[in-house]
Design a protein around this ligand. Structure first.
Ligand code: AMP
Length: 185
């Protein structure tokens, strides 16, 4: 498969915005599992019905469901042709193991951790006022991130494909830091 990038970061780190910009710059397909789930909720599909309560509570949707969704999406022609930027997946080491298997045993070309401190992301999430951004859900997601997702950093480090990028600053400043790392590949 062509370029496979992963972007990690706390909710509210700006990774969704940056992922969209990066996908455009590098011509890869941007896959946001959060957007896929929200679309399923809006469409009222079976997946959406199952995911909604979990998402509202700030919990993680089950690994089996998520891995199934991503596996199916990654096999599509557009991604096989253009490569992918995964945003919001993997979120757990089980998902990372599954991704490596889907990719034929290797990790992604690069996993970027967009690093923004907890205090800053909390303020940003409260300010954006999304329906699922209650204080309780925000706290729960951040706690889950530390517990489940932070170990992923070690997973990627072990495969020597982790880069940490400072996510503080303007959109342009952060984008410039990200492209510098990717261009260095
Ligand atoms: P996001 O937009 O990436 O913050 O995702 C919004 C919500 O969707 C999360 O709080 C989770 O409930 C769910 N979600 C998105 N991606 C995943 C994933 N890879 N594993 C489990 N749950 C996910």
């Amino acid at each position: 498969m062509p370029l496979v990038l992963v972007i990690l970061g706390r909710q509210g780190s700006g990774k969704g915005t940056q992922a969209a910009l990066l996908a455009e710059r590098y011509g890869v397909i941007h896959i946001s599992t959060g957007d896929m789930l929200r679309a399923a909720v809006a469409a009222g599909t079976e997946l959406g019905l199952r995911a909604k309560a979990v998402m509202d509570a700030g919990d993680l949707v089950g690994d089996d469901i998520m891995i199934g969704i991503v596996d199916e999406r990654l096999s599509s022609d557009d991604i096989q042709a253009h490569g992918v930027l995964l945003d919001g997946f993997p979120r757990t080491t089980a998902q990372a193991d599954a991704l490596a298997e889907i990719l034929g045993g290797s990790g992604p070309d690069l996993a970027i951790n967009l690093d923004v401190p907890i205090d800053e992301v909390t303020q940003r999430m409260l300010a954006r006022g999304r329906g699922d951004d209650t204080t309780e859900a925000i706290d729960r997601r951040l706690a889950l991130y530390e517990a489940e997702t932070a170990p992923l950093l070690e997973w990627f480090e072990g495969r020597e494909c982790l880069a940490v990028v400072d996510g503080l600053g303007t959109e342009d400043e952060v984008f410039a830091r990200l492209t510098k790392v990717i261009d260095g590949l």
